[in-house]
Design a protein around this ligand. Structure first.
Ligand code: PGA
Length: 260
C-alpha cells in the first residue's frame, strides 16, 4: 500500500503574511489527516515563515525548484543545502512551467533530481505532454523520454526515493482535468517503465501523483483509482478550505478520516 500524498504548489503566489495565514489554515484544517501525507510548496521567500508554522506538525515543507550544486557562483539560485537548512524535505522538479518559461532541459532536471536525492530532499519529478503532443499520439513517447532522461544515472535502489507527478500540460490551470481513465493509462505506463529502470518491487513502492486542475469535486474519482497515489494541486491549494477538502477526500479514500 502506497500512502497517498497531496502536495500544494503555490507557484508565484503569497507574500509572507499571506503564506503564514494559508499555511496556518492548512495546518489547523488538516489535523484529522488519516493515512495521507501532505506537503506545502510555498515560494522561496515564504519558506522560512511556513517552516515555522508547520514545525512539529504532520504537514511537510517542500520547495518549487532548486539548483543542482550545494553552493557556488550561481546568482539568484537556491541550493539543496539551503533548502534542507529551512526544513524542506521535498522539491518539485521539471514542472512544465519551468520547462516552458525557463527552458529547463531534461539534462538539467536530471542533475537536480540527483542533487535532491544526494541531499535527502525527495524529488517530485514532473512529466506530461502538451495538447499538441496528445493530439499527435505522442503522449507515451513524451512522458517516457522525460522519465528516462530525468532518472538517467540514478541507481535502481535510489529510484525508491523519488515521487513522480504526471501533469498533462493541457490540464494545468485550465479547469480541464484529465479523466481518471486518461490518467490511469499514463500512470500504468510510467510504473511499467519504473519496473524496467529499477525493479518491479521498487516500482510498486513509488508514488505517482496526478496534477492538473485537481479540485475538491474531482478528487474522489481520481483518487479512487489504484494507480493514482495522490495529487499535485496548484490553483486549489491557494485556498485552505479547498485544499483541506482535497486532503479529506484522499483520507476517506485511503481508509477514513481520523475520528470518523
Ligand atoms: P493546477 O496546477 O492545479 O492549477 O492545474 C497544477 C500544477 O501546476 O502543479
Amino acid at each position: 500500500m502506497r500512502t497517498p500524498l497531496i502536495i500544494g504548489n503555490w507557484k508565484m503566489h503569497a507574500t509572507i503574511s499571506e503564506a503564514r495565514a494559508l499555511a496556518t489554515g492548512v495546518r489547523d484544517g488538516a489535523k484529522r489527516l488519516g493515512d495521507v501525507e501532505v506537503v506545502l510548496c510555498p515560494p522561496f521567500t515564504a519558506l522560512a515563515a511556513v517552516s515555522e508554522v508547520l514545525a512539529g506538525g504532520p504537514v511537510g515543507l517542500g520547495a518549487q525548484n532548486c539548483h543542482y550544486e550545494s553552493s557556488g557562483a550561481h546568482t539568484g539560485e537556491i541550493s539543496p543545502t539551503m533548502l534542507v537548512d529551512l526544513g524542506v524535505r521535498t522539491v518539485l522538479l521539471g514542472h512544465s512551467e519551468r520547462r516552458r518559461d525557463q527552458g529547463e532541459t531534461d539534462d538539467l532536471i536530471n542533475r537536480k533530481v540527483r542533487a535532491g536525492l544526494a541531499h535527502g530532499v525527495t524529488p517530485v519529478l514532473c512529466v506530461g505532454e502538451t495538447d499538441e503532443e496528445r493530439r499527435q499520439g505522442l503522449t507515451f513517447t513524451t512522458v517516457e523520454g522525460q522519465l528516462r532522461a530525468g532518472l538517467a544515472g540514478v541507481p535502481a535502489e535510489a529510484v525508491a526515493g523519488i515521487v513522480l507527478a504526471y501533469e498533462p500540460v493541457w490540464a494545468i490551470g485550465t479547469g480541464v482535468n484529465a479523466t481518471p481513465i486518461q490518467a490511469v493509462e499514463v500512470h500504468g505506463y510510467l510504473r511499467g517503465l519504473l519496473s524496467e529502470l529499477a525493479s518491479k518491487e521498487i516500482a510498486q513502492g513509488v508514488r505517482i501523483l496526478y496534477g492538473g486542475s485537481v479540485k475538491p469535486d474531482n478528487t474522489d474519482a481520481l483518487i479512487a483509482q489504484a494507480e493514482i497515489d495522490g495529487a499535485l494541486v496548484g490553483g486549489a491549494s491557494l485556498n485552505a478550505q479547498s485544499f483541506v477538502a482535497i486532503v479529506e477526500h484522499a483520507a476517506r479514500a485511503s481508509g477514513g478520516l481520523k475520528g470518523d
